[in-house]
Design a protein around this ligand. Structure first.
Ligand SMILES: NC(=O)c1ccc[n+]([C@@H]2O[C@H](COP(=O)([O-])OP(=O)(O)OC[C@H]3O[C@@H](n4cnc5c(N)ncnc54)[C@H](OP(=O)(O)O)[C@@H]3O)[C@@H](O)[C@H]2O)c1
Length: 298
């Protein structure tokens, strides 16, 4: 077949070959990501396995918690799971607005102005455990707004909380967080992680999930399109690059109730989050060298 300027007999097979090669390379990447474990696979799976008994012990110790970002997609699911498990005697939900919630009497919503979080010290009083699911996007808030929320608000709240008695702070960061990245999102996430490390909580747990799988209430067309494309990938390779919000919420909880391991700093990547949640695939897979760290920083 010949046309004026364009040879279908050459171009079409070449394009098909290129697409085929790309598909094989992507499949290889996802298969590798799916099959590789972490250096601490056993530790994560043990944490998941022991969660039911840890929950009972933890409950009897009478802990109290706060959640930042409880109105967000992950925050709402975390609150829902906390409400089912009843592991805290008190849970303060700290946000810029109140939302209707059907939860137990141990939950309390507190509306704060994050710009002046120092004025709300009492909100954090004697809450020994903190979860941060706070965050925005550059698209929604602009560059400065994104940094203000994902970095400054998290740190300002963490500082106040620590002074008021927070011993264990858990941050939902992001896969790829890197303080030296030239991209805004991973750099900001990496920088907030670093700043939290030097605050010396008795225990700091950082979670780096991949793409959060959730039917988002708020319209974010680009994110929705990306998530739709990712659905088949997350179906066949569930732990490779994405994670449903419920799995992150359960990982946060199973980690919070686990007895301190002696490490002051714990870092969990997407695979580890799946493993710790106890409801996902990911345990019993072989270990890889590219493991998330769970290191002592003291
Ligand atoms: N989306 C992903 O695929 C993905 C992947 C990896 C990591 N993460 C991270 O995971 C965390 C939770 O994500 P998500 O999807 O659950 O977030 P989300 O639905 O956007 O919720 C974010 C929370 O932060 C609050 N917030 C945002 N801007 C604020 C502001 N200016 N002042 C006070 N509060 C503000 C929101 O309050 P309002 O409800 O009042 O807005 C909400 O409670 C975020 O840190 C995100 O960066 C997300």
């Amino acid at each position: 077949m010949k046309f004026l300027w364009f040879r279908c007999d050459i171009i079409l097979p070449s394009a098909a070959l290129a697409v085929g090669v790309l598909a094989v390379a992507l499949a290889g990447f996802f298969i590798k990501r799916e099959l590789e474990g972490t250096e601490n696979t056993e530790q994560h799976c043990t944490m998941a396995h022991e969660a039911p008994e840890n929950v009972e012990r933890f409950k009897s110790e009478g802990h109290s918690a706060f959640v930042l970002g409880h109105t967000g997609e992950l925050g709402k699911v975390l609150v829902d799971e906390l409400n089912k498990l009843k592991i805290f005697k008190k849970v303060v939900l700290v946000g810029r607005r109140e939302i209707p919630l059907d939860v137990g009497p141990e939950f309390e919503q507190k509306v704060v102005d994050f710009e002046n979080i120092d004025d709300y010290k009492d909100v954090f009083k004697d809450l020994d455990t903190g979860f941060s699911c706070l965050g925005t996007t550059r698209g929604k808030s602009g560059v400065q707004g994104f940094i203000r929320v994902d970095h400054d608000y998290v740190l300002m709240s963490a500082e106040v909380a620590k002074a008021q008695g927070c011993k264990h702070f858990s941050l939902v960061s992001s896969q790829g967080a890197d303080k030296n990245s030239s991209f805004l999102y991973p750099r900001t996430k990496g920088q907030v992680e670093e700043a939290l490390k030097v605050m010396h909580f008795d225990r700091l747990s950082i979670f780096r999930p991949g793409v959060l799988m959730v039917d988002r209430e708020e319209s974010r067309p680009m994110e929705a399109a990306f998530r739709a494309l990712l659905k088949p990938v997350s179906y066949f390779f569930p732990t490779a690059i994405s994670v449903p919000v419920r799995i992150v919420a359960l990982a946060l909880i199973n980690n919070a109730v686990a007895p301190p391991s002696g490490s002051t700093f714990e870092l969990y990547d997407n695979k580890a989050i799946h493993q710790i949640s106890g409801i996902s695939k990911g345990c019993g897979v072989k270990r890889s060298q590219s493991a998330p760290e769970r290191t002592r920083t003291d």
